[in-house]
Design a protein around this ligand. Structure first.
Ligand SMILES: Cc1ncc(COP(=O)(O)O)c(C=O)c1O
Ligand SMILES: [Zn+2]
Length: 411
């Protein structure tokens, strides 16, 4: 039987058998997984998909795992694609949708790559999971390790929110907080992977782990009734998510599930940590940041690992990018919560703030289908939200009357 998947260099195209391997022997380019689409086509049709449960692993034929018994699944599901009528109206967009990954089991999109990375790590025979993280990946890795009954060590950047640390700790991993920014934690995780023989999700099993992210575009197409959107806005840290969303659209096109129309890609990064958006705007190469300063900490990375792939997509699809300030990010969080009822973390606020700026610049036609990817939950980052205003009363209805009268005046 033909192989289900192989590794392919994203720079020179050289192919390798599946293995724990991340860079090309020829040119040191990053390796990506390529699933055998011809083989998948024989089993997977639109009508087969229509009969499957709304769970993440409904795309098994398109994911780089050989045996279903190796699946580590904490209940990751298809997430809602919400037609954002009220937010769209404010932004002059008649077909705006929000893909809400804040509802996944560990409250961020990271459950998608981690269910694949963890399953593949089990298939390769690893007994310990690890990762380098800005917070969300660590929670997901620890949850999957718990589910698989394996040990877990997570490296986190020392500047992340206290509430995020708490959410990781609940799953019981050893948390190693590394002094410095994410990029430093990532280097240390690399060293530990070599020294201790762990499966580090975003390091040595990265090509497999990343493949989980493309399911976001599979779901988007199905939810748009087998159509691609015209444009997408994606939060960017390393650039992996943006690259994989693009790859998912390409694969669905190759399978004949959607047409050949191109999707424009727009990147969202926080001002103070926007190496990719800077390069998009000035047309040059990506210049890494040594320090990062933004409240969007989960996407604050100095040197985007998949930046070259991401920028190529943005340029080829004639998309763009925006890098909102902290105030604009907070406004983005409020805007989404108060128009669509979705509370997101600053990474999602960055996406909505970038969407707003881009809409104001005329990046989208009013009737185009635009999808904004909201990738993390606001309850994980309560520290980022300014102290909530509240009205305190004695238990007397007259005091409530006064507040209501006042609220009406403000409307
Ligand atoms: C909530 C959230 N959104 C987006 C991203 C960006 O993903 P990537 O590093 O693949 O660009 C991250 C990364 O950790 C994240 O936590
Ligand atoms: Zn190569």
């Amino acid at each position: 039987m033909a192989v289900k998947q192989f590794l392919k260099c994203n720079v020179c195209g050289k192919e390798f058998e599946e293995a724990v391997k991340t860079v090309c022997d020829e040119c040191f380019g990053p390796l990506k997984v390529q699933v055998n689409l011809e083989q998948a086509k024989e089993k997977l049709t639109k009508s087969v998909l229509a009969q499957r449960a709304q769970s993440f692993w409904r795309y098994f034929e398109l994911l780089p795992l050989n045996e279903k018994r190796n699946i580590v699944d904490i209940g990751t599901t298809v997430t809602p694609l919400v037609k954002a009528e009220r937010l769209g109206k404010l932004l002059g967009l008649n077909n705006l949708h929000v893909k809400n990954d804040a509802v996944l089991p560990t409250y961020s999109f990271k459950d998608r790559p981690v269910t694949v990375g963890a399953s593949k790590a089990v298939e390769f025979g690893y007994r310990v999971f690890s990762c380098a993280s800005t917070g969300n990946l660590a929670a997901s890795t620890a949850a999957h390790a718990a589910k698989a009954g394996l040990q877990c060590y997570v490296f986190v950047a020392s500047n992340i929110e206290e509430s995020k640390i708490a959410s990781i700790a609940g799953y019981g991993p050893t948390i190693i907080s590394v002094e410095g920014i994410y990029d430093v934690a990532n280097r240390l995780a690399n060293e530990a992977a070599d020294k201790y023989g762990w499966a580090v999700m975003n390091v040595n099993v990265r090509p497999y782990y990343q493949e989980g992210e493309k399911t976001l575009s599979f779901e988007t197409c199905e939810q748009l009734e087998w159509k691609k959107p015209d444009a997408v806005v994606v939060p960017v840290g390393s650039g992996s998510l943006l690259y994989e969303i693009w790859k998912g659209f390409e694969e669905f096109e190759e399978l004949g599930f959607v047409g050949k129309e191109k999707v424009r890609f727009y990147a969202a990064q926080g001002k103070g940590a926007s190496p990719l958006v800077d390069a998009v705007k000035n047309g040059g190469a990506i210049k890494p940041y040594k320090e990062v300063h933004t409240i969007a900490k989960s996407i604050a990375m100095g040197a985007p690992g998949d930046g070259d792939a991401a920028i190529r997509i943005i340029r080829e699809t004639k998309g763009g990018g925006e890098s909102p300030s902290d105030e604009e990010i907070l406004e983005g969080i409020r805007l989404l919560a108060q128009t669509e009822g979705i509370l997101t973390e600053p990474a999602g606020g960055t996406t909505i703030a970038a969407l707003k700026k881009l809409a104001e610049q005329g990046a989208f036609d009013a009737n185009e289908t635009v999808v904004a990817y909201v990738t993390g939950n606001g309850l994980k980052t309560v520290d980022a939200i300014p102290k909530a205003k509240r009205a305190s009363v004695k238990p007397k209805i007259e005091e409530v009357d006064a507040i209501i009268a006042n609220a009406h005046l403000k409307q």
